[in-house]
Design a binder for this molecule. Structure first.
Ligand code: FAD
Length: 299
């Protein structure tokens, strides 16, 4: 009621897309198709996740290097430092730089056993802030870090979490990419709290278009994201209706982005899960159009 239905979107949003390194050839082909579908939208960057402890080290490198070499999208590599010595982590980062990757999403990563407390590796970084500091000295990377609108599960309170975020930004990161969430108010409260804590860097909402509700509920529990009761109700009874599920997923994510946009947000990070359709549709609603078509129309 309070914001016009997509009438005010101006195609001025900066978007980024997150992928995970595919496990086999079929998955690689389908991920690549998603990258190619999203490329014409002119994303600010496409990022590739990195398994904590280096479990996807080679696959992340291969995927991000291919994006850097074969697309016009600036490539960003995620990098975690849990369960690894500093030198090894920095060697991986240097490998990214040598492959033409200029952006890093710098993370601590989770301990290998769910719920286990984080213990730094004896020669390792004690958290993402230390990793950012070392990366900034290694090469002039553009560095993003993680932020948690609903607070990181290990953090005693929001103030401590914001202190940690500020340390990461002060150490050399340019922006914060948020964990996914489902209520715009959650993001606006966090943005206000960050501003009150003296954080001036860009805070980018993380958008997860949900097509598999059961899986999302599991992810959300592990990372402290609240699932609003209305969302469970919307997916109820759709187990055998994949097309309807997709439409519901698009509607929820579109409505979230519309409200964020109305609240002044102009950058969005999409968790694509290696699929293009939902992210593409939401970007379209936000007014983004393929760059080549726009350039041809202007010419
Ligand atoms: P940190 O910023 O180091 O903080 C972790 C926790 O420790 C926070 O609660 C913080 O407040 C607390 N803390 C840190 N330092 C101190 C201190 N000195 N004193 C007190 N408390 C402190 N995981 C992967 O494995 N691979 C990925 O590719 C990946 N990509 C991600 C992308 C995004 C956008 C996001 C939001 C998360 C991603 N994650 C990924 C998950 C991330 O690794 C986990 O959430 C992890 O538990 C925390 O990582 P961090 O970088 O936020 O850690």
């Amino acid at each position: 009621l309070d914001a016009p239905l997509f009438a005010d979107v101006g195609g001025d949003a900066a978007v980024s897309f997150e992928f995970f390194p595919p496990k086999n050839e079929a998955a690689e082909a389908s991920m690549w198709e998603a990258v190619k579908t999203l490329e014409p939208l002119g994303p600010r960057f496409a990022s590739v996740t990195y398994g904590a402890g280096g479990t996807t080290r080679d696959r992340t490198h291969g995927t991000v290097a291919r994006i850097a070499a074969e697309t016009g999208i600036p490539a960003a590599a995620h990098l975690t430092c849990v369960e690894a010595a500093r030198d090894d982590v920095l060697a991986v980062a240097d490998g990214f730089w040598q492959a033409g990757v200029r952006r890093i999403v710098a993370l601590r990563g989770d301990p290998p056993v769910l719920g286990q407390q984080f213990q730094p590796h004896p020669q390792g970084f004690r958290g993402a802030a230390e990793l950012v500091e070392a990366l900034a000295k290694l090469h002039p990377f553009d560095i993003s870090v993680a932020a948690y609108p609903e607070q990181h599960p290990e953090s005693p309170d929001l103030a401590a979490d914001l202190d940690n975020l500020k340390r990461k930004l002060d150490a050399g990161a340019t922006r914060a990419l948020c964990q996914f969430f489902f209520s715009p108010e959650v993001f606006f409260r966090f943005r206000d709290a960050a501003a009150a804590a003296g954080i001036t860097a860009e805070i980018v909402p993380g958008i997860l278009p949900v097509s598999n509700f059961a899986q999302t509920r599991k992810f959300a529990t592990a990372c402290g994201t609240g699932i609003p009761p209305w969302m469970a109700r919307l997916f109820d009874g759709l187990d055998d209706h994949p097309a309807a599920r997709q439409l519901i997923a698009a509607t929820i994510a579109a409505e979230l982005c519309r409200k964020l946009y109305a609240g002044g947000v102009r950058a969005f990070h999409f968790y694509t899960l290696n699929r293009a359709e939902l992210s593409y549709a939401i970007c379209h609603l936000l007014g983004l159009r393929p760059k080549a078509a726009a350039q041809a129309a202007a010419a």
